[in-house]
Design a protein around this ligand. Structure first.
Ligand SMILES: Nc1ncnc2c1ncn2[C@@H]1O[C@H](COP(=O)(O)OP(=O)(O)OP(=O)(O)O)[C@@H](O)[C@H]1O
Ligand SMILES: [Mg+2]
Length: 266
C-alpha cells in the first residue's frame, strides 16, 4: 500500500514561486493499477517523482509498504529505490549500451553476480518479447521497442511498485495496446502496484482500476475508474472525460475491465 499524507511541493523560479502540489492525501492499494489524470501542468509528474524522491517534497509523508520514504537517508533511499521501478516518457535509455546492457544496469548496481544478471535479463526480455533484440543498441530500435526496454529495465529488479509517466503517449494505438496488455499481464502475474500517469482516456479506461484527478496541484476527485466515468463529480473530471470526444452515456455503459474487443482495436 502507498499512503501519501499532506504532501506539498513548490518550485522556486526566477519569476516566483510555483506551487506544484498542495496537501495531497492519497492511498493506493497494493496490487492496484492506479491512474493519475489531469491537464498539463496539474502536478502529475511532480507527484509521481515525489514517490521515489526524484523530487524532494517540501512537506508531508510518503509510505510504501510501511516504509516511510520521506524519512530515509541517502543510503536507505538507494536501497528503497531498488524496489521502485520507473518508466519514463522519453525512454531515458543508455545509447552506448545494448538492450542487454540497459536492462542489466539496475542489476549491476544492485551487485548481482554475472550469471544471475544474464539469467534475469533473458527472462525479462522474454516477458517483453524482445529476446531477438538483446544485442541491439537503442538507435536500432523502434519507439515501441525502446519503451519495452524501458519497461524491462524498470522491472528487472522485481520492484514492488512501478511508476509510469505517460509511458504510451508517444506510441501508435497498436503499440500502446501491446504495452498496456503487457502492464496488465505483469500486474496480474507479479502482483505489483502500478501508478500510471496518463492523459489518454483510453489508457485510463483500459487498465486502471482506481484513479485520482489532479487540478492545479490538488486532488479534486478520486475513486474507482468506472465510477469516475459513469458519475464524475467535479468539473475537471467532466472536462477531462469530455476531451475524449465521446458522449458520457456511451462511456457509462462500458466496462473498463471487460474482455470485449475495444472499438479502437481494429
Ligand atoms: N523543475 C521545475 N522548476 C520549476 N517549476 C516546475 C518544475 N517542475 C515542474 N514545475 C511546475 O510545476 C507544475 C506542475 O508540473 P508537472 O510537471 O508536475 O505537471 P504535469 O501534470 O506532469 O504536466 P504535463 O501533463 O504537461 O506533463 C507546473 O506549473 C510546472 O511548470
Ligand atoms: Mg508530466
Amino acid at each position: 500500500m502507498i499512503r501519501i499524507t499532506g504532501l506539498s511541493k513548490a518550485f522556486l523560479t526566477p519569476s516566483g514561486r510555483v506551487t506544484a502540489l498542495q496537501e495531497i492525501n492519497l492511498t493506493i492499494d497494493k496490487g492496484d493499477i492506479f491512474g493519475i489524470i489531469g491537464f498539463s501542468g496539474a502536478g502529475k509528474s511532480t507527484l509521481l517523482r515525489c514517490l521515489n524522491r526524484l523530487e524532494e517534497p517540501d512537506s508531508g509523508t510518503i509510505r510504501i509498504e510501511g516504509n516511510e520514504i520521506t524519512r530515509l537517508d541517502k543510503v536507505q533511499l538507494r536501497e528503497a529505490r531498488k524496489k521502485i521501478g520507473m518508466i519514463f516518457q522519453q525512454f531515458n535509455l543508455f545509447e552506448s549500451r545494448t538492450v542487454f546492457g540497459n536492462v542489466a544496469f539496475p542489476l549491476e548496481i544492485a551487485g548481482y553476480p554475472k550469471e544471475r544478471i544474464r539469467e534475469r535479463v533473458e527472462e525479462i526480455l522474454e516477458l517483453v518479447e524482445l529476446t531477438d533484440k538483446i544485442a541491439s543498441y537503442p538507435a536500432q530500435l523502434s519507439g515501441g521497442q525502446k519503451q519495452r526496454v524501458g519497461i524491462a529495465r524498470a522491472l528487472a529488479n522485481k520492484p514492488d511498485v512501478l511508476l509510469s509517466d505517460e509511458a504510451t503517449s508517444s506510441l501508435d494505438p497498436k503499440t500502446t495496446w501491446a504495452i498496456l496488455n503487457l502492464l496488465q499481464d505483469i500486474n496480474s502475474k507479479l502482483g505489483l502496484t502500478i501508478v500510471l500517469i496518463t492523459h489518454e482516456m483510453d489508457v485510463l479506461r483500459r487498465i486502471c482500476r482506481n484513479a485520482a484527478v489532479l487540478d492545479a496541484g490538488e486532488i479534486v476527485e478520486t475513486g474507482p475508474v468506472a465510477r469516475l466515468i459513469a458519475n464524475p463529480q467535479q468539473k475537471t473530471t467532466r472536462l477531462f472525460l469530455a476531451s475524449d470526444g465521446l458522449p458520457a452515456a456511451a462511456r457509462a455503459g462500458h466496462d473498463p475491465h471487460g474482455g470485449e474487443e475495444s472499438r479502437d482495436a481494429g
